[in-house]
Design a binder for this molecule. Structure first.
Ligand code: 3PG
Length: 396
């Protein structure tokens, strides 16, 4: 992967694609977590210190109507300015056209121009390649070199991710490179034992990842509501737990394939269940099968202990997806126990996916994890064995 470290950027204008698609508070609209902005700072600081000027592109959310003010990048540009107090951070309310061109032309060495939300333009995500390409040409007019540091969006073949990389000399930023290096090692040559913990509510969204991991990881630990679909596929009663009926046979097959590949696939042996979805129902701990009228809300203490023991012996651990409804205190202990067990591991620990990252940040153990990925969908697609368009375009 061609990296920005290899190129002389002095006096150059850089078109820098980042993923500043940060979570916003539902009521106030304020940035609720700026991790993605903070993680892009090493690339930004490197290029600025080498005398470049940066024109920054990002998307924010999925605006349904053009120019939805709730999804403007202006507050994000302001946050970037606060994180870089010695740098002038300008903002352009237009991403292409005369206003953007004039602002980019005026940009001095060491300065930043943040463009408005690139998804205000339908051309960015257009199906028609020519439409995307024409749009990318307008963006590329603003700079001399293209840098992609948007790992979180690298799975999207959009104009500012895919087409721009082909129009200007294109390089990977430090974050993109780091994320890819770590994930590549994970799937090609992980120090063993390699333990993968996969949770979350839907088997359907994790099937492809599981298909790949049962050929690579030594142990796969399953938690979250998806565990109930797996258990049900083996005719174990799951009460009123959430299951995906259409995926029972695929879940059944994953268990078989794991066994065939001689990989250990563990399902919860006990659960914390509730008579209703919420903390107000009747709550108890039950063994593997869940009685009528109760739904699984978290893995039980025996499972948590067992999983912690397996994690303890690992040299590589990957975690994606919570073990239960961790947003509710009474059902958070299973997820927390995973974070705690990972924090003690001496080897490489990697956490990916929005929910598990949020759970990890609540546990306060982030510093004890080797790598917290900025990717949600991108991390999953990489682990499914798919090629990421953003990365492919840079290699061409
Ligand atoms: C993400 O948050 O996963 C990325 O920013 C990509 O966003 P998208 O799913 O809206 O393309």
């Amino acid at each position: 992967l061609p990296s920005i470290e290899q190129v002389d950027v002095t006096g150059k204008k850089i078109l820098l694609r980042v993923d500043f698609n940060v979570p916003l508070d539902k009521t106030t609209g304020a940035i609720s977590d700026d991790t993605r902005i903070v993680k892009s700072l090493p690339s930004i600081e490197l290029m600025l210190s080498r005398g470049a000027a940066l024109v920054i592109i990002s998307h924010l959310g999925r605006p349904e109507k053009k120019g939805d003010p709730a999804l403007s990048l202006k507050p994000i540009a302001e946050r970037l300015g606060k994180l870089l107090p010695a740098t002038s951070v300008h903002f352009s309310p237009e991403a292409v056209g005369p206003v953007a061109e004039e602002k980019a032309a005026k940009l001095q060495r060491g300065e930043i121009l943040v463009l408005e939300n690139i998804r205000y333009y339908d051309e960015e995500t257009a199906k028609d390649e020519k439409v995307r390409n024409d749009f990318a040409k307008k963006l590329c007019k603003l700079a001399d070199i293209y840098v992609n540091d948007a790992f979180g969006a690298a799975h999207r073949a959009h104009a500012s991710i895919y087409e721009c990389a082909k129009l200007l000399p294109g390089y990977a930023g430090l974050l993109l490179k780091k994320e890819i290096d770590i994930l590549e090692k994970l799937v090609t040559n992980p120090p063993r034992p390699f333990v993968a913990i996969i949770g979350g509510s839907k088997v359907s969204s994790k099937l492809a990842v599981l298909e790949n991991l049962i050929t690579k990881a030594d142990s796969i630990l399953i938690g979250g509501a998806m565990a109930y679909t797996f258990l049900k596929s083996r005719l174990i009663e799951v009460g009123t737990s959430m299951i995906e009926k259409d995926y029972l046979s695929q879940a059944f097959q994953i268990i078989d394939k794991a066994a065939y590949n001689k990989r250990e696939l563990l399902l919860p042996e006990d659960h914390i269940v509730s008579s209703e979805f919420g903390e107000k129902g009747k709550i108890k701990t039950v063994k593997r099968s869940i009685p009528d009228g109760f739904m699984g809300m978290d893995i039980g203490p025996k499972t948590a202990d067992h999983y912690a023991k397996v994690i303890k012996g690992a040299k590589t651990v990957l975690w994606n997806g919570p073990m239960g409804v961790f947003e509710m205190k009474k059902f958070a202990s299973g997820t927390l126990s995973i974070a705690k067990a990972m924090a003690k591991v001496k080897g490489t620990t990697i956490v990916g996916g929005g929910d598990s990252i949020f759970a990890l940040s609540q546990s306060g153990l982030e510093d004890k994890i080797t790598h917290v990925s900025t990717g949600g969908g991108a991390t999953l697609e990489y682990l499914e064995g798919k090629k990421l368009p953003g990365v492919e375009a840079l290699m061409k």
